[in-house]
Design a protein around this ligand. Structure first.
Ligand code: GLC
Length: 750
């Protein structure tokens, strides 16, 4: 490593971590070029190879070691024994042709050992501090075992709760996803990427993965360019603005072209427009999946299409390893394209400090499950929990006799949710464990062994078991395996016999507090009238049980707000608050519920607008919604001007008063609507939010600044601009209510 050291120090001093380095003459670039100049074409192809391994491997294969020794591997994923990490890195750095260090990657999605709520739950916190702290802690824990690259954050806008991966998403809103995405990147990558506890982030899945047809994973997406630029691209742009080191292509095709072979997206948008200078990695086998897509006839053509599209590093499949050399010989791929791949990869390895310090930092000892980490995980679970209903039953007093029941009441593995490979269920504090530790007055009633349990054999025992209690706390939901990748569901109600048991228990007359642990909104239309409170905890992670116990007994209030619309039925999906108006917007004047329609009604006697006869046209609970343990009044909306110019700033104020009986937190939301545009515009768009805490009776004036640039959009001609005209604006507690005002945006005379 001797000859690297001087150059490295200079390069690291020069290279910019937080913003894109566009100056190609920097020492960083000269350092990279100096390595590239020594590399054979085989060495270069080796760097583009991300080799998959099994995290459960008991031994290190000689073949893998030899491949590393020959420089055939640039990065590895799922190497989870530190001795393997150290051995492989030593081989790479001391024996391979160019002594280039490896990057070790892992899916560190919502925690490493200390598991935080699933990302959809973290999104419900609307809290960038929590997003940043959770990913910072994950990076500290993961880097201690040699992981320096995570395949997170997932920034896919998700509007369909049937899609299993909504669990990993930031929800349905572009603005919320953008601000959270930035925070995740900053947490993972720290102040400087070459800090030993920093890990390279990976903005994924680029792009439009959440728009899969029918919510079926890996499926087709059709995304017109204005929709791509107005909804799906901004979170990636925000991630790159704060220096996201890598980007992962998505499995789906977009308008007929798979993301992994999509030159428009990978070169024109990502490189030319967004000036991305990190590297692009494919998803697992997504290069060769272009064969199944019907876009490549064989592995070789898949490699050619991916390479010419500008896809730098191939995850797990070997199209580049097998064919890139021939493709270059046949002039189907230019060697300068391969050089670009290698430079992008070396640039991130340099920024990670791997040339200078390729080995694990032995001082960065495993900080797994530190008290501070667990405390932050509990905080995250409290801030993520969303109270959807509360008929004056919560919070409970400690004297209340509680019957704790339900398949998720003591499910330490499932409570962690999807993508928790390294979290250990032994550390999970379930509600049962937390109730015991808190020594509250409760009895645990076992019924339904897991979420899909369809047996009713224990029902009578359950009814008997709750007899002498005052309140039933029913922890329902879905097992972790029913959520996440490849786990889409056509119906999204409570699986198994959970609904039946809730209905049987409601006949006892005991109030029921329904707690839901799931990776998606669960349709509860069938049982909402059988329960007195509904608390959504998502899959809340290691400390979820403690968070729930503190919320249920009022030590804390649930602080979350929905990051995704909560449907009444799967049949109304995809549903999202920022939908278009349509030519016949649904409204309550026109809507007649299906069973209220007179028999023999004349064909045109009903309201002709966009609703369902059976369930109407609204979600069960709207985006942004969430109750606390107090109440807030919004009034005195003030808008600084009726008309503003394109270079002016609008001030929007409202007074929020705590009119309840407890101090509480509110997340005040700002929405706008561009009433008329050169293309139709959403009925509402989130443009800002603020967390405020109010004591009983306290009033706070909340002020938002609205900059015309925030109102810009891309139209059908590819023109991105803010347009003159009327705007509606709301200061609100969710996406369907609030204080409404208007203003006119006037183009100044040039
Ligand atoms: C998976 C996922 C991706 C993940 C990768 C590595 O299939 O789509 O999000 O990072 O493979 O595990």
């Amino acid at each position: 490593m001797k000859y690297y050291s001087i150059i490295i120090v200079l390069a690291l001093m020069s290279c910019s971590h937080s913003k894109v380095s566009t100056n190609k003459d920097t020492v960083e670039e000269r350092f990279i070029d100096s390595i590239l100049a020594t590399m054979s074409i085989d060495d270069k192809i080796g760097q583009t190879n991300l080799r998959g391994t099994s995290s459960r491997a008991k031994t290190l294969s000689e073949e893998l070691k030899e491949d590393v020794r020959q420089g055939k591997v640039g990065a590895l994923l799922n190497v989870m024994k530190v001795e393997f990490v150290d051995e492989l890195q030593k081989i790479a750095v001391e024996e391979s042709p160019n002594k280039i260090p490896l990057i070790f990657g892992r899916d560190v999605i919502h925690g490493f050992k200390t598991i935080f709520p699933i990302p959809l739950g973290l999104a419900a916190s609307w809290d960038t501090d929590i997003a940043k702290s959770s990913s910072r802690i994950a990076a500290i824990e993961a880097s201690s075992v040699g992981i320096r690259w995570t395949f997170a954050p997932m920034l896919d806008i998700a509007r369909d709760s049937r899609w299993g991966r909504i669990a990993e998403s930031p929800g349905e809103d572009t603005y919320l996803a953008s601000v959270l995405g930035k925070a995740y990147i900053q947490g993972f990558q720290g102040d400087s990427l070459n800090n030993p506890t920093s890990i390279a982030a990976c903005a994924k899945h680029y792009i439009g993965y959440g728009a899969v047809e029918g919510g079926r994973d890996y499926n087709t997406t059709v995304i017109p360019e204005p929709l791509l630029r107005n909804v799906y691209l901004p979170p990636f742009q925000s991630a790159l603005d704060v220096g996201a080191a890598t980007v992962m292509t998505s499995f789906n095709e977009i308008n007929g072209i798979p993301a992994t072979g999509n030159e428009f997206l990978l070169k024109h948008v990502l490189r030319d427009e967004l000036k991305f200078d990190g590297f692009v990695v494919s998803d697992w086998d997504s290069v060769i999946e272009m064969i199944a897509h019907g876009y490549a006839k064989d592995e070789k053509q898949a490699g050619e299409l991916a390479a010419n599209a500008g896809m730098d590093m191939e995850m797990t499949s070997k199209a580049y390893e097998h064919h890139l050399k021939d493709l270059i010989k046949e002039d189907k791929v230019k060697e300068r394209q391969l050089d670009e791949f290698v430079k992008n990869i070396l640039r991130i390895k340099l920024r990670l400090g791997l040339f200078e310090k390729p080995y694990r930092d032995k001082n960065n000892e495993a900080n797994f499950y530190k008290e501070a980490h667990l405390a932050e995980a509990k905080e995250a679970a409290i801030k993520s929990a969303v109270l959807l209903k509360n008929k004056r039953i919560l919070p409970l007093s400690s004297a209340t006799k509680v019957a704790l029941i339900g398949p998720l009441a003591n499910a330490p593995l499932d409570q962690m949710g999807t993508w928790t490979f390294d979290g250990e269920k032994e550390h999970t504090v379930t509600p049962l464990k937390a109730f015991k530790e808190a020594q509250v007055n409760f009895k645990y009633v076992e019924a339904l062994t897991h979420s899909r349990d369809r047996s009713k054999e224990q029902f009578q025992k359950a009814v008997d078991g709750v007899k002498d209690s005052d309140v039933i706390v029913f922890v329902a939901g879905e097992e972790a395996i029913l959520s996440g990748e490849a786990h889409s569901r056509a119906t999204i109600d409570l699986p198994g016999a959970q609904e039946d048991l809730i209905k049987v228990l409601s006949k006892t007359g005991k109030p029921i507090v329904l707690v839901i642990m799931a990776g998606r909104p669960i349709t509860i239309t069938n049982i909402i009238d059988n329960v007195d409170a509904v608390l959504m905890s998502w899959h809340p992670g290691t400390m979820g049980g403690v968070a729930l116990q503190e919320i249920i007994y009022g030590l804390r209030e649930p602080e979350g707000r929905l990051p995704v619309s909560w449907p009444k039925k799967a049949g109304q999906l995809p549903y999202f608050y920022n939908h278009k108006s349509t030519g016949r917007p649904a409204n309550k004047e026109d809507y007649v519920a299906m069973y209220d329609i007179p028999v023999g009604a004349w064909q045109s006697s009903l309201g002709n607008d966009s609703h369902y006869l059976d369930i109407g046209y609204t979600p069960h609970f709207p985006f942004g919604f969430g109750l606390g343990y107090t109440a807030f009044k919004y009034d005195d909306l003030q808008i600084s001007k009726d008309t503003i110019g394109f270079n002016e700033t609008l001030l929007v104020k409202a007074s929020i008063t705590n009119v309840g009986e407890r101090p509480g937190k509110e997340i005040v939301q700002l929405y706008t609507q561009d009433v008329v545009g050169s293309i139709t515009r959403p009925v509402r768009e989130l443009k800002g939010f603020q967390h405020i805490n109010l004591n009983v009776g306290e009033t706070k004036e909340v002020t938002f600044k609205v900059f015309p640039r925030q109102l810009e959009f891309t139209n059908h001609k590819g023109i991105r601009a803010t347009e003159e005209g009327d705007f509606n604006i709301w200061v609100s507690s969710d996406a369907t209510s609030g204080l409404k005002g208007t203003f006119y945006l006037k183009k100044e005379c040039q």
